[in-house]
Design a protein around this ligand. Structure first.
Ligand code: AMP
Length: 592
């Protein structure tokens, strides 16, 4: 087994940690950053880049740059680029591949296993999709754990005292809030709630819309029709938002944003924190509902909380901090890094699973109720939300019609009493039921949720013993065959990527060799200089082509010649090298 890591696969940024001497330590990426933007870009030359490099080029390559893919996990949405269509799992796998490769380069050994985090409020299909992404990237996903739980785990490590903690996690695209009971080495999640479509991106969008409206009002130009301008606006909006976390106002300046009948149009405007707070007040308010619900599900009042932890980049927004303080009556703790604690907690959980960390027990919960549809569009709950996992629950159902020999089991997740208002996780049919009057057959339906939060449902006719079960993979998730295909493609891409890297390094070395040859040539005879010139031309030609073997050959030839010329210069003295000494060189010198 190679190394195990903890991965926070974030909407906006991702972060990786590994265990060193029993402690989780953040792994910097290849660029030296402690977090990696969760951005994938497809360059025009067919190359793929992930992370800071992808984010940097987004403005000029917006149509081929993918942001916030986490928001699409578990959906049927596809990313279409150059006629190829990618599932959200495949795009996420590209991010995971970069994280894995960087971690391997840093650690000097292969990374095979990981604990990956998801928002507590992720549904079954979103969790499955995350697991599939890991598999596609060639990672054995040991466990999927909830982000707030991971944060509490990182926090709870060195804070032994018993306490009830609220973790308020507002990231780039998701929001969740969890209430946990931390007792010595046991961390029990009491309740969790959230909204997996609310995050920092929405704050950016509010600023973007305001800027678009301002521009329309001042210049009469609708920027929403200009994709390139919209990308610059979005980028400036996020920058302004971040600045407003520490400053009271910020200047947004976007020269040459559009062109009007009388020439180029620029944007130059000031956004104050007060205006920003006003534009985004509804978003801050929207986080309060889940916060109240989690607390009441945990059976606690705000006064019973010992601490409030803020996780996720968007909790740096002052209005968010103020709202949390107002609701809980507590100053949020700031002693953990909101960007890094989730990966560290995931790593700790990995350490527990691998036996590297002992005496730490994590009891998580399922975020949403699970059940089946029964007659009259009724949702019959089998497992209530906030039940500790792993869990298994059974209930007996019967037939609705006389002599019915099969039943359709419609598995649902949600909190509504009406079945059709909840989310369908899957359907299956149990057939071969003994013919009998309605209400006589006894059909036992069993739900189990494993430690990853992944659901399995089975139905058994107690009369005949007939049995049918499914591990739920929502229809938007990929089939095993599709995943296997994606795994092969990812492996092929990793091999191609390696080849591309080697090729780029080779060209770099060749460039270097040409520079070296130029640097020493002043000490050489004219004849040798001309000879080197010729070799450089050949090497340049090889570099312009696709044949790396030819580059190797030209480089070897040039290296041999340079060695031999260098030896000669040493033997004869540098200042003898010009003009008159040409005749001293023999043919054998040239062969090298
Ligand atoms: P995360 O998903 O936890 O990495 O959070 C990313 C989100 O946090 C993005 O929407 C960022 O724009 C936002 N963010 C990062 N730093 C700040 C800051 N200083 N103030 C406000 N938002 C921030």
């Amino acid at each position: 087994m190679g190394k195990m890591v903890g991965i926070d696969l974030g909407t906006t940024n991702s972060c990786v940690a590994y265990m060193e001497n029993g402690e989780p330590v953040i792994i910097p990426n290849a660029e030296g950053g402690r977090t990696t933007p969760s951005v994938v870009a497809f360059l025009k030359n067919g190359e793929r880049v992930v992370g800071a490099a992808a984010k940097r080029q987004a403005v000029t390559n917006s149509q081929r740059t993918v942001f916030s893919i986490k928001r699409d996990m578990g959906t049927d949405n596809r990313v279409k680029i150059d006629g190829k269509s990618y599932t959200p799992q495949e795009i996420s796998a590209m991010i995971l591949q970069k994280l894995k490769a960087d971690a391997e380069a840093y650690l000097g050994e292969s990374v095979t296993d990981a604990v990956i985090t998801v928002p507590a409020y992720f549904s079954d299909s979103q969790r499955q999709a995350t697991k599939d992404a890991g598999r596609i990237a060639g990672i054995n996903v040991l466990r999927i754990i909830n982000e707030p739980t991971a944060a509490a785990l990182a926090y709870g490590m060195d804070k032994g005292a018993a306490q009830k903690i609220m973790v308020y996690d507002l990231g780039g695209g998701t929001f969740d809030v969890s209430v946990l009971d931390v007792q010595n080495d046991m961390i029990e999640v009491l309740a969790t709630a959230g909204n997996n479509r609310l995050g920092g991106d929405d704050f950016d969008n509010c600023i973007s819309s305001w800027l678009v409206d301002e521009f329309l009002r001042q210049e009469g130009i609708d920027l929403t029709r200009e994709p390139a301008a919209m990308n610059r606006i979005r980028e400036a909006a996020e920058k302004a938002k971040i600045e407003l976390s520490s400053a009271m106002s910020t200047v947004i300046s976007l020269p040459f944003l559009a062109s009007g009948p009388d020439g180029a149009k620029h944007m130059e405007t000031t956004l104050t924190r007060a205006k920003f707070d006003q534009l985004t007040a509804h978003l801050v308010e929207a986080t309060m509902g889940p916060a109240k619900q989690a607390l009441s599900d945990a059976g606690l009042t705000p006064a019973q909380l010992s601490r409030v932890l803020l996780v996720g980049g968007s909790t740096r927004i002052p209005a968010v901090q103020k709202a949390v303080k107002q609701f809980t009556g507590k100053d949020p703790s700031r002693d953990i890094n909101p960007d890094e604690c989730v990966a560290m907690g995931a790593c700790l959980q990995g350490g527990v699973l691998a036996g590297q960390v002992t005496g730490l027990l994590l009891l998580d919960v399922t975020p949403l109720s699970l059940g089946i549809e029964t007659m009259g569009d009724v949702f019959s709950r089998i497992i209530d939300r906030n039940t500790s996992i792993p869990v298994q629950r059974s209930q007996i159902f019967t037939t609705a019609a006389n002599f019915q020999t099969s039943v359709d089991v419609h598995v649902l997740q949600g909190e509504r009493e009406i079945a059709s208002c909840n989310k369908t996780l899957g359907r299956f049919r149990l057939s071969g039921i003994r013919r009998a009057l309605r209400g006589v057959p006894q059909i036992e339906v069993t739900f189990s949720i494993d430690a990853n939060g992944i659901v399995n449902v089975s139905a058994r006719d107690l009369g005949t013993g007939k049995h049918q079960e499914i591990t739920l993979t929502h229809s938007s998730n990929m089939s095993d065959a599709e995943i296997d295909k994606a795994v092969r493609e990812a492996q092929r891409y990793a091999a191609e990527d390696k080849q591309r890297k080697q090729s780029a390094e080779l060209r770099n070395d060749a460039e270097q060799l040409m520079n070296d040859s130029r640097a020493i040539q002043k000490n050489l005879s004219r004849q040798d200089r001309e000879r080197l010139e010729g070799m450089r031309r050949n090497l340049k030609k090889a570099m312009d082509g696709k044949n790396d073997d030819e580059i190797h050959r030209c480089m070897a030839e040039m290296t041999r010649a340079l060695e031999s010329m260098g030896r000669h210069v040493q033997n004869h003295g540098a200042d003898e090298s010009d003009g008159a000494m040409d005749a001293d060189f023999t043919d054998s010198d040239y062969r090298g």
